[in-house]
Design a protein around this ligand. Sequence first.
Ligand SMILES: Cc1ncc(COP(=O)(O)O)c(C=O)c1O
Length: 403
Amino acid sequence: MTTEGASAGDPAGGGAAAWIDAELETLRDQHLMRQTTARPGAGGKLTEGSIELLNFSSNDYLNLSRDTRLIEAANAAAARFGAGATASRLVAGTLPCHDELEQRLATHKGHPAALLFGSGFLANIGTIPALIGRDDHAFADRLVHASIIDGVRLSGARLHRFHHNDVDHLSDLLAAAPLRARKLVLTESVFSMDGDMAPLDQITDTAERFNAMILVDEAHAGGVFGPHGAGRIAELGLADRVHIGMGTLSKALGGYGGFVTCSSPIRELLVNRARAFIYTTGLPPAAVAAGSAALDILEQDPGLGPTLLERCRVFRLALHARGIDTSHSASQIVPVLIGESQAAIATAEALQQHNLLAVAMRPPTVPEGTARLRLSVTLAHTPDDLTRAADLVADCATAAVAT
Ligand SMILES: Cc1ncc(COP(=O)(O)O)c(C=O)c1O
């Protein structure tokens, strides 16, 4: 859709402006327009002047982002090593703290080795194309995160999507793929938008039957599930059978950065092949130190995840008692299914009037017709906060759907 005389690629041309305006108009018409909104801080509870906001849209599950132990460790690392790593890890951007954190993450997760990436997104889009290529086949749960899909797209491998958590469908797809092709099965262990769990043991059995590799994204399981928050791979004793565990320092661990844990040969392969590792600057020392301080806390206090999960169980029961559908959530991520994007936005706006932040999730982040509030419960939310929140959510969701 270009205007006569101007090319679509011409930054100054009317043609470019016209198609961009049209695209934005479509998003507005469909209630799908997104925007960034500055908040007074991060985490589960925010203060704005004298007002306290309950924030159900942060992934700061263990309330560590404001923990003084992380902040002091980050400050000390910045003072000692500088504000940035200043080069790619393979050039001059590896510091002792990178090596130490990788060793600790490997031990924590029960894998022989680990590799840090700039973020969880980079970990997925870096790792997947290093493992599979044009002649290979990837098998991903329908609901996996965009970074997994983008990783497969970058790899050039053929992508097969299996119905959510449907091991029989996965098995059928694997059986139909060429016997000799390299195969990679991809799932999350706790799903980011639905808060439900993958049947990891069955998925692992199935992948093994077809001689496929497995990558499990533990972005939302890390810190919360498993012994000392080591995740669901560790909880189910699958570290010896799952080839790659992907994780992030940016959610329950309160800081920033991503990583994978795996065997030593896979780590070596990634160091040599993962473009999102090779061609980017190493993680800043402050982020590495914050990650390490978060691991200290997990080691010292094994009760953080169980406490959070128990509060979530009670919270879900309170919502159910008010007739709210939380689907198959069994984690700290509690979806409140609304349906239409407009009703989800109206619910979020009504909640904001009561100082409760719960951002509406709309397509394409979630499937068409399943717009929702995605409530992230954190340890900043007390049992009383959660009782009050359950009532408010039920009142506002019921009113929005009725209008
Ligand atoms: C399942 C999943 N994987 C990967 C990521 C990316 O992690 P990060 O935020 O560290 O880039 C996210 C973040 O939203 C996620 O939900």
